[in-house]
Design a protein around this ligand. Sequence first.
Ligand code: ZN
Length: 504
Amino acid sequence: MSGYADFAAYVAELNDLLCTMNILTWDVRTQMPPEGSWTRGQQLATLTRLVQERFASDHMGRLLDAAEAEVRGEDADSYRVRAVRSTRDAYTIVRRVPAALVGELAVQRAVGQRVWEEAKPANDFARFAPNLKAMVGLSRELADAIGYEAHPYDALLLQYEPDMSAARLTALFDDLKAGILPLLKRIVDGGQPVAADFLYRTYPAAQQRAFALEIARQFGYDLQRGRVDASAHPFEISFTRQDVRMTTRYQENYMPGAVFGLFHETGHALYEQGVDPALTRSALTSDFLGQYAVGGVSFGTHESQSRLWENQIGRSRSFWQLHFARLQSYFPEQLAGVDVEQFYRSVNRVRPSLIRVEADEVTYNLHIMLRVEIEMGLLDGSIAVDDLSELWRAKMTEYLGVVPPTDTEGVLQDIHWSSAQFGTFPAYTIGNVMSAQFMQAARRDVAGLDDELAAGNYTPLREWLTANIYRHGRAFSPEELLQRTTGEGLTPRPYLAYLREKYD
Ligand code: ZN
C-alpha cells in the first residue's frame, strides 16, 4: 500500500462510521419510538467518541504525513491533493480543542435542548437563560481553542463557512439592508392585500406528497437512491450518494408548507446525489470538523441549492404557469376558481412577520441578520444574555416593524441556540445570495435555459449544477466555487436584482 492508499483506506472507515451515525439520526427523527431515546443517545455518543479518537489520533497524523509526501507536486486542484489538504486542516483544528471541552459542550447541548423544549411553550426565557449563558461561555472557550485573529465568531464560522468572517458578514449585511429595507417599505406601503384563503383549505397529505414527489422527480431526484418520509422538522440526510433521504411535514390545512418544503429538501438531495462516485467514502464527502458524512462543501453552499430549487425555480411564475393545472388536478375542489396568477401571488406574499421559518423571500434575511448580530455580540461580550428578550423586540421593531408579544414567538423560537449552534444562521442568507449568483452564471453558460425551464426540462440546469458544483463534493471552498463558476466571489448584487425584479 502507498502512503495515499493507506490514508484513503483509513478515511473510508471513518466515513462508514459517520454514515452509520447519519442512519441512526435519520431513524431518531422518523421512526424511533419515544422510549428509544436514551439508549440511542448512548449509541450515538459511542460512535461520536470512536470517530473523534480515531480522527484526532497520532496514527492519523502519520498517515497524513505519508499522504502529503506522496501527493506533493501533483495538480493542486486534484481530488487527491484536496482530500489530503482538507483533512490536514480539520486535523489541525480538532487537535487544538481539549477533549474535556468537547465533552462539556456535548453535555450542555443535551441539557440546553431539554430546558429550551420546556421554556419555549412556557414563554419562560429566564428558565433558559442560565443554560444559554453556559453555552455562550463554552463557545467562547471553543473559539479561543480553535484560534482567531479579529473576532471569536470567526473561529466558530470556520466549522460551517470556511471563507466567512464577522467582518465580511457585517459588510454583506450592510449591503443587503441597504437594498432590502427600502424594497420592503415600498411593498408594505403600496401593498394591496393578496388573497390566500384557498391555501388554508383541507388538503389531504397523500395528495400533497404525490404532487411534491412528482415535481422532485422532475427536478431529478432519483428514488432508486433515495426515499421520502414524514417528520416534525423537514430535513435531508445522506449515507453516501447511493442513499439520500428527505422528509417533509404535512399540514392538512396549509398546503404550501409540505410542497415547498419538499422542493427545498430536493435541492439539498440533488447536491448529495450529484457527488462524483469517485468521492464515495472519501475525505471529500466527510466533514471531520462537524463530524458528518456530507457531500456539500459548506452549510451556505448547501443552502444555496435548496433555495435555488425552492425559490428561484419553484416559486417562479413560469414554474406555476406550467404546473398549476397539475396541482389543480390533485385538488380540484380546494383550488376551484383560483387562477394561476392568484396562486403565484399567494405563494409569494410579502408581509413582515414574527416567525423566521414562515418568512417570505424579502423579509427572511432580516430575521437572519438580527440573529447573527446577536450571536456576534454574545461571543465578543458586547451583548448580555439577560438583555436578549428586550434586544430582540428592539431589533424586530427596527428591521420588520413588528413586535413579538411573547418570547415564545421571539427570542425562544429557534432551536439553534438550545444546542450552542452559534455560527450556523449565516448559512441561510449566504445560501440566498449564492443561489442568485449561480443562477446568473447558469443562464450565461446554458443557451435558452429559461425556455427549457418554462417547458419543464430541468436537465440542463441540473447538469450545469452537477458539473460545476455537485460533483466536486467538498473539494473546493465556497469562495473557490463562486470564483470558478461566476468569476467573482460572494456578492449580493444578483440576489438584490432578483428581489427587485420579482417584487418591486
Ligand atoms: Zn435547507
